[in-house]
Design a protein around this ligand. Sequence first.
Ligand code: ZN
Length: 234
Amino acid sequence: MSANAALVLFSGGQDSTVCLAWALERFQRVETVGFAYGQRHSVELTQRRIVRDSIPDIVPHWADRLGPDHDISLAELGRLSETALTRETEIAMTKAGLPSTFVPGRNLLFLVYAAALAYRRGISTLVAGMCETDYSGYPDCRADTIRAQEEAIALGLDKPFKIETPLMYIDKADTWALAEELGGAPLIDLIREETHTCYLGDRTKRHDWGWGCGECPACRLRARGWQEWSSKQV
Ligand code: ZN
């Protein structure tokens, strides 16, 4: 197992793009994995490829470090889940007090599948964009959940195993700041232009912070972080 390699859970959104840049700065070899789970909007998968193809041009040594991309199909998850990300239902709070965009078990499954892939690739570190600061009620994004799963995977594989979550304790404004620190204006521009966050899959409206409907919770969170960060820039 190589301590100098990482596998990044990469969806093509703002957070996982910053995680990919973070990993490229720290590890000699970086591979990526994406999941198809019956998302309502395949735009996410299209944008993910564009971002992945563009990121090696931003910093010269990133190109040498970026290794293969892997796809994992979890179509069963889409069929099991009755959520606003996998069905045409409204985004709202559910009776359980969670947003209807919560896909139960999704992040838990992603991490187990990614760990199985990492094991085969001789990689002992996963990098993922879970964040509890902008906690939107997703219990599988909490640091406690991640630490417990890291331990379960290490025990289950009988190998030292790490799950790095560089965004866990920072907010969306700090995520823009981290992007700037890692890849300067070119990374900021790539995130604004090509990463996709909008829950409705809308890429018809362009805002300062990128493309999206501007109204869904994901757009509002991204817009607020951008405004906070960009207002501090000269
Ligand atoms: Zn939106």
